[in-house]
Design a protein around this ligand. Structure first.
Ligand SMILES: NC(=O)c1ccc[n+]([C@@H]2O[C@H](COP(=O)([O-])OP(=O)(O)OC[C@H]3O[C@@H](n4cnc5c(N)ncnc54)[C@H](O)[C@@H]3O)[C@@H](O)[C@H]2O)c1
Length: 406
């Protein structure tokens, strides 16, 4: 039996995939409402392929509860935010999740930490807790780090096909854990020690952050130089060794804008590039908002409530709004005391912003200008809906000569 601790964006699909592959699974979450919903056979978030996976898993051996159970393998997927002031990892959720399983863990059991943690965090915050418990209770419990790298919007596919990293103290533990992942994962499994596994995960997201920052800086340079950044990147990428990413209105979610801070927090004097990249990416919502005002002036739009932000999520075709550029833009706009901008997102069904509209036609009828912040399929496939609007496309997905672009 595998006990998955934390049933959020990572824990739930992992638990379902393990069950679908024939493992006995118990999913634990401290949030009673989450557990209740899952027990009622209702999904807690939308994601491509999850409905089917959920049904397939429920036909197998999976149960949900608020407490851990007695078993020999735990997979921890608790959140890992960073402290706003020190920029260091807040490992408290993971530590609490680990502590919660210790009394239930059978002799020789393994606790696999899937949550992203800063390099050295397991030895610093988690191992001492486990070792002191084990020495008091004369038990052996092993630790392992198997960081997750799936992307929302394509989680089900990536769970099966991505390669994985397993950091363990010895081969026996690594083999036991990899045998479990191999029940559903077709990707290559790379073995290493725990600190190296921690570092690889954090630098994967940092690599993305730095490269996106380069594209965003280029967007600003090209704007000043009167050039189309998308055209510049398209041609530069014809070079066999150049692959510039797309600029955008900022970075959201709980990975790319969070993980680089772990390195900056721990190595403040040696992370100049990483810190600068974070600042550049964090500056994009403000850059976009300034552009919106300039376009409004050019187009004679005086009332900001006649401007609509298309997309509230942090990326296309998902319902996750955490740290999204749209929310950051709205927060910045509040300080300018204008009428709140309208918002609309086909994936977000609950009211989260002041001037939110829930029907695309009603949204378009209520605005003169649309700022495309998320490239949801809905708008990419139905661009004709925007034909009478002033359009500012920050994702370079809307065709037409009259479209303003980042
Ligand atoms: N979301 C992603 O795209 C993604 C991708 C790769 C890695 N990660 C990493 O995976 C980890 C989890 O991220 P997430 O997006 O799934 O977070 P999440 O907030 O969606 O889910 C975390 C869940 O853990 C539960 N939880 C917290 N403390 C608990 C405890 N003590 N016992 C039981 N349940 C507990 C919460 O109630 C929540 O449901 C983070 O470290 C994140 O950085 C996330």
């Amino acid at each position: 039996m595998i006990n998955v601790i934390g049933l959020g964006y990572i824990g739930l699909p992992t638990a379902l995939m393990l069950a679908k592959a024939g493992n006995k699974v118990y999913g634990t979450d401290i949030k009673e409402s989450t557990v209740k919903k899952l027990q009622e056979r209702k999904l807690t978030f939308e994601e491509k392929g999850m409905d089917e996976l959920f049904k397939e898993a429920l036909d197998k051996d999976i149960h949900f509860g608020v407490k851990p159970i007695e078993t020999d393998m735990y997979i921890i997927t608790a959140p890992t935010p960073y402290d706003k002031y020190t920029k260091k990892l807040d490992c408290s959720y993971v530590v609490k999740a680990v502590e919660s399983v210790l009394d239930y863990a059978l002799e020789d059991s393994i606790i696999v930490v899937e949550s992203t943690v800063s390099p050295g965090a397991i030895d610093k915050y988690i191992r001492p807790v486990v070792e002191s418990y084990c020495s008091e209770n004369k038990k052996t419990i092993h630790l392992c780090h198997a960081p997750e790298r799936i992307i929302p919007g394509n989680m089900v596919y990536e769970l099966i096909n991505n390669s994985r990293t397993i950091g363990a103290d010895n081969e026996k533990v690594a083999k036991k854990v990899s045998d479990v992942y191999k029940t559903f994962c077709k990707g290559e499994i790379n073995f290493t020690n725990i600190p190296t596994a921690e570092m690889t995960k954090v630098i994967e997201n940092t690599f993305r952050d730095v490269n996106i920052a380069f594209a965003n800086e280029l967007a600003k340079i090209c704007k000043q130089g009167g050039l189309d950044v998308n055209e510049v990147i398209r041609i530069a990428n014809k070079h066999p060794r150049v692959n510039i990413l797309k600029p955008g209105p900022g970075i959201g979610g709980h990975c790319i804008p969070v993980d680089p801070w772990f390195l900056v927090g721990d190595y403040p004097l040696t992370t100049e590039l990483i810190y600068k990249a974070r600042q550049i990416n964090d500056s994009m919502p403000n850059f976009v908002l300034n552009e919106v005002y300039e376009i409004m002036q050019k187009e004679g739009i005086k009332d900001s409530s006649r401007v609509g932000l298309y997309g509230l999520t942090y990326k296309e075709n998902i319902d996750d709004i955490r740290e999204s550029p749209t929310l950051q833009i709205l927060e910045l706009q509040k300080r300018h005391l204008g009428n709140p901008l309208k918002t609309y997102d086909p994936w977000v069904k609950e009211k989260i912003t002041e001037n939110q509209v829930f029907d695309i036609h009603e949204f378009l009828d209520s605005v003169d200008m649309v700022v495309v912040l998320v490239a949801h399929d809905e708008i990419v496939k139905h661009q004709e809906l925007l034909k009478d609007k002033v359009v500012y496309d920050t994702r370079n997905v809307i065709e037409g000569d009259k479209v303003y672009r980042l």
